[in-house]
Design a protein around this ligand. Sequence first.
Ligand code: MLC
Ligand code: AMP
Length: 507
Amino acid sequence: MTNLYARLSTRFPQDRDQTFARLADGARVSYADLDDRSARYAGLLRDLGLAPGDRVAVQAEKSIEMLMLYLGALRAGAAFLPLNTAYTAGELDYFIGDAEPALIVCDPKRQAAIRQIARRRGRAKVLTLDAAGEGSIASQARQAAPIEQTLELDDAALAAILYTSGTTGRSKGAMLSHGNLASNAFTLADSWRFTSDDVLLHALPIFHTHGLFVATNVTLAAGASMIFQAGFDPVALRQALPEATVLMGVPTFYIRLLKDAAFTREATAHMRLFISGSAPLSPEIHKAFEQRTGHAILERYGMTETNMNTSNPYDGARRPGTVGRPLPGVDIRIADPETGAEMPIGEVGVIQIRGPNVFQGYWRMPDKTAAEFRDGYFISGDLGFIDAEGYVSIVGRAKDLIISGGYNIYPAEVENALDALPEVRESAVVGAPHPDMGEGVVAVVVPTDPGFIDDQRLRTQLGDQLARFKQPRRFVFVDQLPKNTMGKVQKVLLRDQLADSFQSATN
Ligand code: MLC
Ligand code: AMP
């Protein structure tokens, strides 16, 4: 019984009338509803002619219906491929061309543009889903006959493809199997002591690992329930706290919650656990949060390719500035980035990961996949060390990556877009510390015409090419970029020079 849905369903409450999700309008979705609605989505996918392994690409606003489609895809053996709602038509063109989905589900507002891409890039069917959970796929699913039996699959069967960008700027589809997702869901539910009494406050997007797999699968693996919110709204979140027991968030959630004076010890009295991940949580925020609420945030570390790798302990010291110990079954080693030799305790090297959580490879990129593994370990690109007590600390990145509010931005992709503009001779993009987002994107531009400083003109042109969160928040115009003798831009130098870019920022 390897189908992830089948395995999760063994932990669903005996009484299927129990709540799976409470929605903002007060509506309730029970486990019986979840079972019926996901079976209808599975039935619809089968009726549409999708075979196991066929991709279902979804760019839709967060809705409970989208989760039902995700579960339906699992049950039918289709591969779920969620896409950030911020992606532009240009970005979608690449993903659709690369993944060749059999079905694309999009917001009705984008239907015309997506249909054009679908026609150009293959023969995908296009159906719609809006923020209220309505659309052609929702109405067709309601009419569809439920699948009789969740498809039996083996551990390696493809469950999802999630795109991650790369240092060359070209996105790669990480293939996650049913076995990958199942192992992580159960490990996390156990490690974080989830039970059917838990109520998760779900305010994350559901197109990434954190909100889709960690938050949703862990809730299901415990037969627990969730308060399902459309996104992060500190007031709505605070108001839901008396009904909730667990929150999962990126560090920006915690930074913003601390700005709300009504977010107090009393307000969080019903909560048993606050979890942070996807980006570094500063020790200052960790301490300020504990002082304010009495709760020590539990920080964990993961990646799209590996799911979750480490976690601070549920019982025992949750150490600020560390991401805790390897999860049960996950093997972590620290290696010399050049030679691959394992580093002694306490010394910094690249973090490598092996275990049932590690993905199956990049979609149709066997060479890239091979290059990212060494002796069966996935090379994370994160730099860190392990201390004598087994706690892992992340101290930097070997990959040129910016993480802003939990979203990854690869400078190469932004530089390529900038360099293609007639006004730009060349550019370098770096991250600078940002008080709200952790890091903010800064573009250093050498203009084609000396004296050009019209950043608005550049912003306008990037607007329909790059998702908003990838666009530089600050532009700096220079005569030349600092380069080493090999002609390579000295980003370390730029990062130092630009470190104060957002210190008093409202941008
Ligand atoms: C929104 N904007 C961002 C941004 N989010 N810009 C940079 N970085 C971000 N993360 C843009 C908006 O388009 C808007 O542009 C402007 O910034 C201000 O928006 P906002 O209203 O302040 O942002 P908000 O909508 O509140 O979103 C912030 C956020 C959100 C932090 C709540 O980004 C978020 O939910 N992040 C979570 C990401 C996540 O789930 N990551 C997990 C990846 S999985 P304008 O121009 O319109 O003003 C992973 C593995 C693991 O990493 O370990 O978990
Ligand atoms: P993604 O590719 O979006 O899954 O992002 C994965 C990256 O997020 C990792 O390689 C890390 O660089 C970063 N990350 C995730 N969790 C943490 C954490 N707790 N602390 C520091 N970095 C983190």
